[in-house]
Design a protein. Structure first.
Length: 276
């Protein structure tokens, strides 16, 4: 990367990431929310009943004092976006060397992928099947909202939205009494709404002829827009029943996710209230 390009990339980040770089945090926040929803006691502890932390839990606990749990988890998961403008295949993302924090057990699978696949991020011998890891990596990516990223140009030209991205780009608070009519003004107002809040506001929206909402597609690690990769109606119903069961069992269950009185849902995660 030459000096001119370094300056340009730095400028774009400061301006809000017109090439999508500034929007990496959107993806990271969605990943963090999914980690919180899918983590189990043994993701961080040596056993379900033990307070002793495993290697992943210790790394998480040793972040700077006063840092919210949301930011601790996000900081552990390094961004998968690339600054060189290139595109990666899912298997290339899954196989990219990770830092010690983003792959605590050094098995080549990122912590967040292991937690979503219900394997241990602290046990090198406990890894997800390659097909599942690749599906999670492909689904929980910039492709959730974009048809491509880091193309030539700026803004939408460089990072064109798919249907979900276009929907989120015009999603504002329902109680807004001053919704502008101009498309650019609507987008500016939408950008002021946290990304998890926008997803919560649109959680029941679904593509035409789809049994699953955009959010349920993300939760089931499927493409948000590809009809050939849509979850079945049965899969959606099973997920809804499992979610309801987890809610009934309460916070003490090892399958209810990361939320616990010792580390409550905080920081930007509160924006995703209602996203199961």
């Amino acid at each position: 990367m030459n000096t001119t390009r370094i300056v340009l990339v730095g400028t774009l980040i400061l301006l809000g990431g017109e090439r999508g770089l500034g929007k990496e945090r959107h993806l990271e926040q969605v990943r963090t929310l999914l980690v919180v929803r899918e983590a189990r006691c043994t993701s961080c502890h040596e056993s379900q009943s033990s307070e002793e932390l495993n290697a992943y839990g210790r790394r998480l606990a040793n972040r700077p004092a006063g840092m919210s749990w949301a930011e601790r988890i996000l900081q552990m998961e390094q961004s998968d976006s690339r600054l060189d403008g290139g595109e990666e295949k899912p298997e290339e993302q899954a196989n990219r060397p990770s830092t010690p924090d983003s792959d605590v057990d050094g098995d080549g699978v990122a912590n967040w992928v292991e937690i979503l696949a219900h394997t241990s991020p602290a046990n090198k011998k406990d890894t997800p099947e390659a097909a599942l890891a690749a599906r999670i990596t492909a689904a929980v990516s910039c492709r959730m909202c974009h048809t491509a990223t880091h193309q030539l140009g700026v803004g939408q030209e460089a990072n064109p939205h798919n249907e979900l991205g276009a929907l989120l780009a015009k999603t504002v608070e329902k109680k807004s009494s001053n919704r502008p009519k101009d498309a650019d003004a609507i987008r500016q107002q939408a950008e002021a709404v946290p990304i998890l809040r926008r997803l919560a506001l649109t959680k029941v929206k679904r593509p035409p002829k789809s049994a699953a909402s955009y959010w349920h597609r993300i939760r089931l690690y499927r493409s948000t827009t590809d009809s050939g990769d849509a979850p079945t109606r049965e899969a959606v119903q099973k997920f809804k029943k499992e979610t309801a069961r987890r809610k009934r069992e309460g916070r003490s269950s090892p399958t209810t996710g990361f939320e616990h009185p010792a580390h409550p849902e905080d920081g930007f995660l509160r924006d995703g209230k209602g996203l199961d």
